[in-house]
Design a protein around this ligand. Sequence first.
Ligand code: OAD
Length: 294
Amino acid sequence: QNLSERSLAAVADFIKSGRARRIVVMTGAGISTAAGIPDFRSPETGLYANLAALNLPEPEAVFDLAFFQQNPRPFYALARELYPGARYRPTVSHAFLALLARKNLLHVLFTQNIDCLERAAGVPPDRIIEAHGSFATQRCIDCREPFADDAKMRESVERGEVPRCERVVGRDEDETDGIGGKEQDEERRCGGLVKPDIVFFGEALPKAFFERSGAVQEADLVLVMGTSLQVHPFAGLPNMAEEEVPRVLFNLERVGSFGTRADDVMVLGDCDAGVRKLADALGWRDELEKAWRE
Ligand code: OAD
């Protein structure tokens, strides 16, 4: 047994003792790679390493508002890949989070992911803070008018087309005579670019993120899973936990300030394997596998 496995047993004992009642979880793209969705920064498989074909000035430009205004096509090419739908199934890690919620132990889940797999796994929406927004809604970047037709949005994305704002801003007099000799007017539309409400670089995070970030200070256990903790302000969340609160990292690599606190536990490797080990130590393994298969 290595050190992390002994520590994981201690974490399990802590949860079983009933003293961990408010578990706060922070997740990133790494919990969805097993579902077939690439993460961003993994050296070979990550999206940023594979965006060369889209001719971007730098990979992050795909989520840059100024760049999107000039050229929305690279983002929509990516959106086609990432758009939530029946294509992707929640992973064991997602199922574990749903299990925590079912056992009334999940205080708040902060996710950076836009794939909506937490909901799909059955984590109650009121426990989830989608810190970087999601594909659930969309609006015009010029007039901010919501684009309400979700079905049309989905069609556009699937066809790789860029949807445009349909808000009527006026009428153009039509010169030609219409039916019955009456003059017909043409509606003038806003036509601005429509963008899903996911947070681009330079945009503010949703209000809910700031309103609920205090929940980290209420945590008696913090779990961080599948994130490089490179993007702020999200990356600052684990540091907001009280000093004596154990923080557990399930990730391929060490990230953020993990390892600087006495009670940090690092379970380095695949996060599904890590949560299975924790579930074993908790005696929850069968329940976890069943929840995942459902
Ligand atoms: P990253 O791609 O930056 O980090 C993913 C982390 O998960 C890395 O540390 C990987 O090593 C790790 N990882 C990958 N697969 C794993 C697995 N199966 N098990 C365990 N760990 C694994 O993704 P995020 O941290 O989520 O912004 O990125 C943060 C933000 O940067 C994203 O929300 C996105 C991006 O720009 C927007 O979309 C607006």
